[in-house]
Design a protein around this ligand. Sequence first.
Ligand SMILES: Nc1ncnc2c1ncn2[C@@H]1O[C@H](COP(=O)(O)OP(=O)(O)OP(=O)(O)O)[C@@H](O)[C@H]1O
Length: 756
Amino acid sequence: MNQPNIPLYPNGTLLTVGTHRALIKKYLTSGGFAQIYAVEITPVDTYSKSNVACLKRVIVPTKSGLNTLRAEVDAMKLLKNNRHVVSYIDSNAVKSAFNNGSYEVLLLMEYCEGGGLIDFMNSRLQNRLSEAEILNILSQTAQGVANMHALQPVLLHRDIKIENVLRSGNGEFKLCDFGSVCGYIRPPRNQQELSYVQHDILKNTTAQYRCPEMLDLYRGLPIDEKSDIWALGVFLYKLCYYTTPFEKTGENAILHSKFQYPAFPIYSDRLKNLIRVMLSENPTKRPNICELLEEISSIQGVPCPIQNFYLIRAQQLANQIQLQRQTTVPKIATAQPIQQLNARTQTMPIINTKANTSLVTPITVPVLSENTRLPALELDIKVPQFSPSLDKDMYMKLHPFQKSGTLLTPSKTASVSPIRRYISRSPSRDNTNYDIQRRRTSQYDHDQNQSNYMGRSLSRTSSIKSTSALSFEGNLQGNNTGDSFAQKFTNKIKRVVTGESRNASPIRSRQDTGGSVRSAFGAIRGAFTGSMRAPSLDNNTNNSMHNNSNNNTSRNSSYGRHNIITNPIKEEDSRNMTKAKLAKRHTMPPGMLYDLENLEIENEGYHASEYYRSHSPTKPFVTKTTRDNIQQRVQNLLSESEQPMERNNIDTHHTNAVSHSMIPRNLNSREKDSLRYSSVVINPLEDIGSSPKKAPPLPFKPHHLRPKPPPKPTYLSKMFSKERISSTATEQLVTLDVDTLERDFRKRFPSTLENR
Ligand SMILES: Nc1ncnc2c1ncn2[C@@H]1O[C@H](COP(=O)(O)OP(=O)(O)OP(=O)(O)O)[C@@H](O)[C@H]1O
């Protein structure tokens, strides 16, 4: 849309804008599409209580242009009365008196006396912004963005940049220019859609702020909230260094997120790391807006200004599933409560950063509405603060979120950010900084603890701001043993879905390194499809709550075997699932997996992943046949590893650590050890059959240098006098006659037994 050359309104011009009258006081500037004026309005704006406002005048040459303007106005209406969004006051559209057939749109909004952020930055060319100032600006801008991302369906800004942040008279920063807003953009499914999306992106975004998935649509990734996070990353970089990270390097650098930090000015590693994670090439590795705000607040040492609405939604979803399960029988009863639930909104408290910390401003979180877009942060009811005087029964009746809301502690502790779990203190350009290994110790209870994690790569799966602030009902009762949120969340969801108690849940192991919010969703999906996650995938360990059959397995764990607790009923299923998952993991870029899986589910059989895999210029070309081959190979590997093998057949390609059952009996202990601990990285893409690598021949060890085996207990020498104990023999050990054992024990420790 090009701005036609039209004369400016002279000062003193009186206009009618919707229900307001506006008197032109001063022409301010012209944007790419608009003239901007300071005006005096009557009646005064109810939100700002001011009679000074800003008038944006846009000439729209065509009707389609009018639609674009309508989208901007609608977005502003949705985001009205938010502290960090330029607030909408009124608007109208009239036929233009200057250009035949064109329209003139007048948009009244809150006046930002402080001008643009760009002006503020220009005033600090010599004395660059301090880290505190940068964090303050970023936090306020991110809060504006959070208002958009909290909407359902989500609203993307798509043009976050320095130029689109303004400063109010009292120094607050506000997001403006909603002319590019849109919803989630699914990956285009054909060439036509692709051209359309490409054109739309070129038109509505700013080159330096475009994310990799916008530049390379063949990646088959959706354009979602993470594209705004990328733009915020560029925004943050520019706040620090007054230039964008890809200013000189261009598109190729954006595609692979290659950038450097200038030596000056000097900022903390933590801030630099924040830039790094926000500019992750893989959108799933970028924090969401809530996680971002949690981290910013943590660095600032203030409470996080918002609650993590993504988690709240997940909890609501879990609640709905529980409700659905409870009301499934009889079937007729299900429809009504679920519909009612969908139409409802849940009020959540939100803490204002700058306001008195005791003040709890409720945030309305829309509950899974299907078509309606609901405003995110409307003022609604207040949630009572929990105090000892609060009636316990009343507290128990509260919604779980209200309960957790009552436990919000606006102390420094609450500001501890879980994002630190996955942000390494030392900046690195490697995206693999996200260590998916879960930390087992208590990490985020205390500010002090934060220092313990300096320099460590921590899990990003835990994305809740603090256990005290957001923990679910069940978790509030237990002490925080350091299990990450993801684990608790997975357990919670699983319990919600299956109705089983925490103790009985097989996914409670501390060594469950696979737990994540995603796995929780997997559980939800499992509930929908009727297939819960395979227990063996959870890599559970010894669990005293398990039944006797499991105890045998867990006991084995002390002998260095994998601590996988298998469910005898589903063992076969779970093994198949493991194989399939392994095969799939090996054939796809990990970041794409989840999106593509979802995409295919959404598109009901439309194999978008196939399409994009075969068209992507940046990803290796993996056809279905190749993938099948790989899957086949991985399956072969798995089945081979289950077979006992002779030494000559042992292919160290196949395994990292050779299992006991694979070690032939006729080897001496040294040979066995060297086999057991030989570590070779599996490369599933390598053609296994073509070049089998054999274990290097072991050097001969003279007999006198070999360690002498310890003397065998008498009962063993009787029963297995000729053969060494095999792995199967351990089972027979357990079935040994008690009398024999006691006799042997008495012989070895006579006094102990006699004292009894
Ligand atoms: N509410 C406001 N208060 C004060 N100044 C404003 C306000 N809104 C806009 N401006 C000023 O006008 C400039 C242009 O506004 P805006 O970005 O909304 O117009 P635009 O035509 O969409 O511009 P572009 O598309 O080039 O970003 C802003 O950069 C800012 O300096």
